[in-house]
Design a protein around this ligand. Structure first.
Ligand code: 6R9
Length: 648
């Protein structure tokens, strides 16, 4: 925990009109005393075709069942668009900036309505039905937002896939989700690199062979480059979609109908698709973004997350649009073509709220204060981060240098499974502590358990759990409810287990210490070390491997691989080859920082690899290796230390 003094709520006067400390306290009391009434009240933040009369129904015990607002009926695209048409049809809903184009596109709520309806008609024409899955694999372009909302409009379930996944990774997810249609782009530019979206999708579909259920592919042409199209399967997005009517009667669904599923990493190899339900998710997106970001007319919120992550779903699309705000997307990089590129865009598009990752803040910090000082940044009034721990010095730099000391910094802790902010300050209503994700939003009760699964009270440290459900909670893991129950509800019976460690101080503020399982967080991307090891196991020249995360000054954590080559291998795997194998299997984002080819790994007498030790060795912290007496072979430690040291 940091000893940096906290910053009083009164410092952020501009937020005083949004919510006072008294109002926040009243909400917290109401939520505790009458949760059913509290959550039904929050449900009024969105538009319902039939208003719900029930709040939560279900249990965290046994065959876990989670239902919210089950008698409510709605359509998520209506909540995000139609609802605002009479009051703010001409207000900009989406600013879409594309690097290399002179001006960003300003898409009003009316324009968004037209585009979403055309695509809803096109998808229906192609035979997509309510409940079916549609895979969306697009760069940060307006069609990505339109595609998500069009799926919602026809009651289909979107599965947004990250453009950084390999063909293998996409194929696996297409087959697992049973997607019937895919929406992709020809290619995307990332700085000087070209990302071949369509080519990767084609390869993925080839890999699926007979197992793919995808019958159609819509392709957004993002450049002049020629794209091979398969007649009868592939359609040019605009040539096809723009011919359809700009109106579509929304398909209403019951609150528990799935809105989307999203793949995320866990501590076992296979990625899992977390399923989110329409009603609860929409209330949660509106509530959490309304409490912490509280967009006012004129605010431009730029959340730099890719739509393929939960932050992209809730803080780029559903939250801001449900609340009638203006949201911005951009396909730019923070430091290409030059350092300070994102700062240019903040000034150019008068961004008032910036929401990014600690990795991006650390990268801006590394570029130096001069780059920041060369920009006005006068429109900014709120700064946010999520995705990984932010240290108090980086928090303060963000606050003092980017925010010029006048913008509150909101560090929000949440997960794909929580769908929206769980821990985060309500700016103007409570003090901010640099480096802390603050306190739970009203209606959420957090708990800290010790290693035996017992709940600890007052100031303490342990595993972070959530007592009781919240509307945005994931309902299940697609086609694997057992895994859902085991992963999240078996560690501390009756509680949702987050997988993160946390400290709670005497004021009830939480300080996240990081994952406690074998999930690492590289630049805000969750990665299971087992996924990496499974990928390496496909190279039969490798006997065994171990992947660990170690601290990295910019990315938060870096992925390090130790691999043992089989003695009988006829050819020698190289470090570069191993990196490529991981990138090909999982995606470029998972490329290991360093690979060590080693004769063995440190093991306990029962044969378990001692990862704690590998982390220390890989970070070159050889003075604090601790007790080595439980190892079968202590000499291996010295050999690994030398291997690491030689590379430094
Ligand atoms: C929103 C998102 C979830 C994991 C989570 C935790 C880490 C997220 C954080 C944070 C420290 C924060 N995490 N927010 N750690 N401080 N403010 O990132 O979802 O991709 O599912 O990752 O990210 O470890 O468990 P997701």
């Amino acid at each position: 925990m940091s000893h940096t003094p906290s910053l009083p709520a009164s410092r952020y006067q501009r937020y005083a009109t949004t919510m006072s400390a008294t109002h926040l306290k009243a909400m917290q009391d109401h939520a505790r005393q009458n949760p059913e009434e509290f959550w039904l009240e929050q449900a009024r933040r969105i538009h319902w075709h039939c208003k719900p009369s029930k709040g939560f129904r279900g249990s965290f015990h046994g065959d876990v069942s989670i239902k919210w607002y089950e008698d409510g009926v709605l359509n998520a695209s209506v909540c995000c668009i139609d609802r605002h048409l009479t009051t703010r049809g001409d207000q900009v809903a989406l600013i879409s900036h594309r690097e290399g184009r002179p001006e960003a596109e300003q898409i009003t709520y009316s324009m968004l309505h037209e585009r979403v309806c055309r695509l809803a008609n096109a998808l229906t024409d192609l035979g997509v039905e309510k409940g079916q899955r549609v895979a969306i694999c697009l760069p940060m372009i307006s069609e990505a937002v339109v595609a998500m909302l069009a799926c919602a409009r026809i009651g289909a379930v979107h599965v947004v896939l990250f453009g950084g996944f390999s063909a293998e990774g996409i194929a696996e997810r297409l087959m697992d989700s049973g997607a019937v249609l895919a929406i992709t782009a020809s290619e995307a530019k990332r700085g000087s690199k070209t990302v071949p979206f369509k080519q990767t999708m084609d390869e993925a579909l080839l890999k699926c062979e007979q197992k793919s259920t995808v019958h159609s592919v819509l392709v957004v042409r993002t450049s002049e480059a020629a794209v091979p199209m398969l007649p009868g399967r592939d359609y040019d997005y605009h040539d096809f979609v723009d011919t359809f009517e700009p109106d579509f009667v929304p398909v209403v669904v019951s609150a528990e109908a799935p809105l989307f599923m999203l793949y995320t990493s866990g501590s076992t190899g296979k990625p899992k698709a977390v399923v989110h339900a329409t009603g609860g998710y929409m209330v949660w997106a509106a509530y959490t973004m309304g409490m912490v970001y509280a967009q006012q007319p004129g605010d431009v919120l730029w959340c730099t997350a890719d739509v393929a992550w939960i932050t992209g779903h809730t803080s780029v699309v559903y939250g801001p649009l449900a609340n009638g705000g203006t949201t911005m997307i951009s396909d730019s990089l923070p430091n290409a073509p030059h350092a300070g590129r994102w700062l240019d865009l903040i000034d150019q598009y008068k961004v008032t709220m910036l929401f990014t990752s600690p990795t991006a803040v650390r990268a801006m910090m590394a570029d130096g204060d001069d780059v920041v000082q060369a920009h006005s940044l006068a429109t900014l009034r709120l700064l946010g981060v999520a995705g990984e721990p932010i240290s108090s010095d980086v928090w303060l730099w963000y606050h003092d240098v980017i925010g010029r000391g006048k913008c509150p910094v909101v560090d929000t802790w949440w997960q794909t499974e929580t769908a929206g902010i769980v821990l985060g300050p309500v700016p103007g209503a409570q003090p901010l502590k640099p480096g802390s994700a603050s306190t739970p939003l009203p209606g959420l009760e957090l708990a800290i358990a010790n290693t035996k699964g017992q709940i600890q009270h007052n100031a303490t440290e342990g595993s972070l759990c959530i007592a009781g459900s919240w509307p945005g909670q994931a309902r299940t893991i697609w086609r694997d409810h057992d895994r859902f129950c085991k992963t999240y509800f078996s560690m501390v019976p009756g509680f949702y287990f987050t997988g993160d460690g946390a400290k709670r101080d005497e004021d009830g503020y939480y300080w996240i210490t990081g994952r406690m399982d074998d999930v690492i967080n590289v630049a805000g991307h969750r990665l299971g070390t087992a996924e990496v090891e499974d990928a390496l196991a496909t190279d039969h020249r490798l006997l065994e491997s171990a992947a660990v995360g170690i601290p990295h000054p910019v990315k938060g954590q870096a992925l390090i691989v130790f691999a043992i080559i089989r003695k009988d291998a006829t050819t020698q795997p190289t470090e570069a080859g191993i990196k490529l194998l991981v990138a090909d299997t999982l995606g470029r984002y998972a490329t290991p920082e360093t690979v060590y080819l080693v004769p063995d790994l440190p093991r306990t007498r029962s044969g378990k690899i001692v990862r704690r030790l590998l982390r220390k060795i890989a970070s070159d912290e050889i003075d604090s290796l601790g007790d080595l007496s439980t190892l079968t072979d202590q000499d291996i430690v010295q050999i690994l230390c030398t291997a690491v040291h030689e590379k430094k």
